[in-house]
Design a protein around this ligand. Sequence first.
Ligand code: RIB
Ligand code: CA
Length: 320
Amino acid sequence: MRRFIVDTDTASDDAAALMIAALSEEIDLLGVTIVAGNVGLKQATDNALMTLEVCGSDAPVYLGAKRPLFRERHETISVHGKDGMGDCDIIHPKRSPEEKRAVEFILEQVERYPNEVELVVLGPATNIALAILTDREIMSKVKHIWSMGTPGFGFGNATPVSEFNVFIDAEAYALMLDLEIPVTIAGFDLCAGNIGLDRYELSYLAHGSKPAQFLEQATSKLLQFNLDTRGVHMVDLPDAIAMAAAVWPEFVQDKVACHCHCCTEPGHAYGQVIFYQKGRTYEAMPEISRFNAQVIKKVDEKLFTERFMDLLMEEGGKEA
Ligand code: RIB
Ligand code: CA
């Protein structure tokens, strides 16, 4: 069993990612830590609790950062709806979050399971940065960080050069990149293709298991956003792609070692992550000291859809 902690700002694509972790038999979901991002902390917490509930998971949930390390919290134009989950009045969790805070939980679990815990970071990296600032030595024993972040080798969605999760707290992302452990980045470019859920998959989910129906409703505002802005009948799920890369290694078809530099200076480049790729030479950096992340270049879109739909359509999900 692989030991996962998922750090999330729970909106609909985070919920899709949480479902993969919660419904995969090979994953021991130690807990879910919450960070403000798509929506505020309370809403993100309730969204995570409800998602776990419909999947039959009793994984504990922990409150984390309400705002970035230094900047004021950015009021987002949430493409997922005001509640982050399609505004369908489907968020009524029975459980509450734990008393313990997110950073304490992360450090406690990594200390308990040195070099075994994998962190899947699906929102701003504030909780991870706070854990590093609190005890870098313990955090150096994290087995792997899987990050949904950066535009990858495409364009940003928060600015032309910055992706939302990094843009909200670039200083935190820079701290995370500076931790000398294995990091894999799934950029926003990976969901630019046909990967995601189209009209047929969405209508199939609408008549499927509890988790399937829940996700179809949760992504309804995202669908409307894509129809209104891009004229496409589909939902893109960047967080689910990052989780798929973590859970199903064969999903990743190509990746490249990079020295990733996260720009934290105020201005138009804030939140840009510059990739100095291994095997290339750069005037600005003739000697690359360390390749601090693997950046995914290509994924198996067909495998994602098959595995994801199979997982969701199994009746009811795992027994709690
Ligand atoms: O840019 C996409 C990322 O920002 C996803 O994690 C989405 O949930 C939002 O947090
Ligand atoms: Ca997210």
